[in-house]
Design a protein around this ligand. Structure first.
Ligand SMILES: *Cc1c(COP(=O)(O)O)cnc(C)c1O
Length: 374
């Protein structure tokens, strides 16, 4: 018997294109026969987890035979103290990616729409599409704007109507690196009608040392239509463990907990995240390494006369001025993985994660060789 699984799939699933992640090092080395490669493709922390998280993982290993705490009590207690918010306003996710999917599942149907910006994080489109909801994509700021390719909140507001249930905002945004300031973002959320929830995805907030960057978590208490998502994957260095959280009104958190799977966050992740939250020294090292690395990259790419975009993140978007595919390939052959963003409609661009000084230098040397044709 042959079955045509695709024909059997739900219509929205049939037309779904899966997320394309950064190339893993093991895959590059298998395919290209290179060794000693570096990955600057998925915005991971080059320092990895901090010592406190590693120690917490070690001590949690003994209990791996048991199910995790399905309510994540200890991590929620730590988050509650960190944010001075009620425990009922926290929902935990298997990475913030799962929270974004849970939010879409909980609030979207084929009869309603979600609004997001062109060049916004790809998961918003995928999570929305899977529910069959309508996708309303607002044009981004054009080249020449000081926040070129960034979210244009006025254009987004224009797409909100009676059918809109969700607005997704990444602040700062991946893959552009662009950000929104407190005043405009607050006014945008306040201008939303009561049938619209605004999701502010702050995956990179620890890196965002830019003027007027908002602390949206503090707004949750008096903005019942706001959901903030955070992750331990980026600055906390725990991408492999998969843990993130959302802050919202207790009512919204209750809805999210209805669609959440009982044991969605594993016990090592719960323990590591709780410890990471208390490891300010590791976070400070991470942010300082990134600050120095960002300066290193910005300087190198301006010497190479490549267009680069403002970034409040741990990555930089650059324009190769020609199709980026061959540049990406040539870097792969040198054992350097960066991220093509053709899937975002940016075929000439590459997104490069800030690594250690040595990794950055190796990547920059690769660009220099490739662009100067040696
Ligand atoms: C990386 C990323 C996330 C998701 O990360 P998780 O590992 O699933 O927590 C969410 N939003 C943006 C904008 C990201 O870049």
């Amino acid at each position: 018997m042959t079955i045509r699984a695709l024909d059997l799939a739900a219509p929205a699933v049939r037309s779904l294109s899966p997320y394309v992640p950064g190339k893993p090092i093991s895959e590059l080395e298998r395919e290209y026969g290179v060794t000693d490669s570096i990955k600057l493709a998925s915005n991971e922390n080059p320092l990895g987890p901090g010592p406190k998280a590693l120690a917490a993982i070690q001590s949690a290993v003994g209990d791996l035979g048991l199910y995790p705490d399905g309510n994540g009590f200890a991590l929620k207690q730590a988050l509650m103290r960190h944010h001075r918010c009620p425990m009922e306003s926290i929902a935990l996710g298997n990475g913030s990616n799962e929270l974004l999917v849970m939010i879409a599942e909980a609030f979207l149907t084929p009869a309603v729409s979600a609004v997001y910006s062109q060049y916004a994080f790809a998961i918003y489109a995928i999570a929305t599409h899977a529910t069959g909801a309508m996708k309303r994509v607002a044009p981004a700021y054009p080249e020449g704007h000081r926040m070129a390719l960034g979210h244009d909140l006025d254009a987004m507001r224009d797409l909100v109507d009676a059918d809109t249930r969700l607005v997704f905002i990444a602040n700062p945004n991946n893959p552009t690196g662009t950000w929104l300031e407190a005043g405009p973002l607050r006014r945008f959320i306040e201008s939303m009608p009561p049938h619209v929830l605004v999701v502010v995805d702050e995956a990179y907030r620890q890196y965002a040392s830019v003027p007027d960057y908002p602390d949206v978590a503090e707004w949750v208490a008096d903005m019942p239509n706001l959901i903030v998502s955070r992750t331990f994957s980026k600055a906390y260095g725990l991408a492999g463990l998969r843990v993130g959280y959302a802050l919202s009104s207790p009512e919204v958190a209750d809805v999210l907990n209805r669609v959440r799977q009982a044991f969605n966050v594993n016990s090592l992740a719960l323990a590591a995240a709780e410890a990471a939250l208390g490891d300010e020294a590791h976070l400070a090292r991470t942010v300082e390494l990134n600050r120095a690395g960002m300066a290193q990259l910005q300087d190198a790419f301006s010497r190479l006369q490549m267009r680069q975009y403002p970034s409040a993140c741990n990555f930089l978007l650059v324009d190769c001025g020609k199709p980026a595919g061959p540049v990406y390939e040539a870097l792969l052959r040198r054992g350097v993985i960066v991220r093509p963003v053709g899937g975002y409609g940016l075929p000439n661009h590459l997104r490069i994660t800030i690594g250690t000084a040595e990794q950055n230098e190796r990547m920059i040397a690769g660009f220099r060789d490739i662009l100067q044709g040696s």
